[in-house]
Design a protein around this ligand. Structure first.
Ligand code: ADP
Ligand code: MG
Length: 299
């Protein structure tokens, strides 16, 4: 029996509940810890966390479920756990890398993974040039820290794209410009990786008149299997991000599968209900194995 903690702000959320029940079913002691209420104590070379007035002790492993709005503090709490010798299912560095869309795409592309052609301008004057270089409108404009599709815009004309990019510059909001993969027809593929396996996959189809296939934007999900090529790409992308648990999103393009993003805290509700796979169970099992390897390597 392990002493597990799920780092989550919402004990009632589907993903948290699903992991909680899976841990219980596998005979572990588990509790939900709100990472925003974890106080990091740095003194005398003994890293500690004080939670609700008491020191966290005796924890074997943490399963982070950190929301995008609190990435930095969440990562700091995970890092503290790492320093305390607690096994974490997602490493702090991996979380930070995956949450930075630009860094993530830079790394994937440098390692030979196909991604949508992506441009970033350092100054607004260069935006028109980049749009032309991309082949003109339509252009996808994305906030570097969008989630649930909010912050992802399809600029239909060259002028609209330039005006939008200029506006974001003015607001000090860095954006990326990305080629629009029209042939994906508003669909993407979500592959769920646990350890070295794709445990489930689904297709998400955007609702009528929408190009974003986020379930939060009303997209519909159906069971969909990956090709062998896609599976290889997905596993490589997760490995490059240093993630044991990842949701890898693909666009099926004319030049083959493109990795759009890698999610470090992928939701369980859509994929478990669509595919019927016990993903939470697979995650807990992976934590058991990971902890075993971790303990051996520290002896
Ligand atoms: N370059 C693109 N071409 C076509 N569709 C895209 C492109 N980029 C994003 N999309 C659509 O928009 C959705 C949201 O984009 P994404 O980059 O995943 O942002 P978020 O992190 O907010 O989910 C994707 O799931 C996909 O359906
Ligand atoms: Mg997405």
């Amino acid at each position: 029996m392990l002493n597990l903690a799920i780092l989550s702000r919402g004990a009632a959320l589907y993903s948290t509940q699903s992991l909680f029940r899976a841990a219980r079913r596998r005979g572990h002691y588990v509790r939900v810890i709100d990472h925003q209420r974890c106080n990091i104590v740095i003194e005398q070379g003994i890293p500690q966390i004080i939670y609700e007035g008491v020191h966290l002790i005796g924890m074997d492993a943490m399963i982070p479920r950190i929301g995008a709005s609190v990435t930095d503090y969440g990562a700091a709490v995970i890092r503290q756990c790492e320093l305390m010798g607690i096994y974490t299912a997602t490493r702090s560095e991996a979380l930070l890398m995956a949450r930075d869309k630009l860094k993530c795409l830079q790394k994937l592309s440098a390692e030979g993974i196909n991604v949508p052609r992506t441009f970033i301008a350092g100054a607004p004057e260069d935006v028109p040039f980049l749009i032309d270089r991309m082949g003109g409108a339509p252009v996808v404009i994305k906030l570097l820290e969008s989630t649930h599709g909010v912050g992802v815009i399809l600029a239909e004309s060259r002028n609209a794209a330039i005006a939008l990019a200029e506006t974001f510059f003015k607001l000090n909001q860095p954006v990326i410009l990305q080629e629009f993969i029209r042939e994906a027809e508003g669909a993407d593929i979500r592959a769920f990786v646990v350890g070295r396996r794709v445990v489930a996959s689904m297709k998400r189809q955007a609702s009528e008149g929408e190009f974003r296939s986020n379930l939060h934007r009303g997209a519909e999900a159906t069971l969909e299997f990956l090709t062998e090529e896609e599976e290889k790409i997905v596993l490589k992308a997760a490995r490059l991000m240093g993630l044991e648990i990842a949701g890898v999103d693909l666009l099926r393009s004319r030049r083959g599968p493109l990795v759009m993003e890698v999610n470090a805290s992928p939701g369980l509700e859509g994929i478990e209900t669509t595919t019927g796979v016990d993903i939470a169970g697979a995650i807990i099992e992976n934590v058991e194995h990971g902890l075993e390897r971790f303990t051996k390597s520290r002896r």
